[in-house]
Design a protein around this ligand. Sequence first.
Ligand SMILES: [Fe+2]
Length: 254
Amino acid sequence: MSQLKDKGYAIYDYMDSLYYDGIEKDYEEILNYFENLPIDDYAPELNRYRRYSRALVLPTSGDIEWLPDVKRDGAEYAAYFQGKFNPEHPGSYREFHSIDSHIRDNKLLKKIIMANYEETFWGEEDKIMPIHVGVHFVKLMVDNDEDKAVSSPDCLHQDGEPFTFAHLIERKNVKGGTNAIGIPGVRGSQPDEVDQKDLHEIFEISKPLESYGVDDSAVSHYVGPVMKGSEEGAAVRSVILIDYQLTVVADMDE
Ligand SMILES: [Fe+2]
């Protein structure tokens, strides 16, 4: 049984397990792309930058098919349904700047999407429909000693999508950005407020492509605020978050 299935979460080192000739070059392309992520329009005061695109994984062929964007004022956007578990944006639609097509075609990104997909598990009858994949590029960046960049939501939580994976792209001069995994019952709390026996693990991902994944219904998860470390220059923590969910079909009886 996989660790994800057994424990509800798993930690990975994809730079090692996905290694192929040219992985460094593909990683560099993604890393450079994070340099100029646009500010998150929904949280400009929180030092958060982001892009987002959606894709389908076709269960029979294993192909990735990117969904089309919405054009608005000359920019390309992808729509995102937040789901019901984010207390800061309950049940709302949001639109994000989309990921450019040359990055969508990055071999490493595709390998990561498929490696995560292969970790997910579904009922046999669910796999006749494509699996929906949401790919978020998220950068938290802090310039001043007194500031901090906060993930959303800023507490132990569940995402609402059945599976979510986080992949570290860069961690530079960061204090904080610590991950915690807990039982579902502690969602809504800070890790230091809860009974420590209700936390499975507290850890940091620090190397490129160190990653973790959660079976959302089995655990709650948390990432702490990012603050500046003791070195010169801004604190930067960049991750790719990828969520996996079923195609939702209308109820025939309604
Ligand atoms: Fe989350």
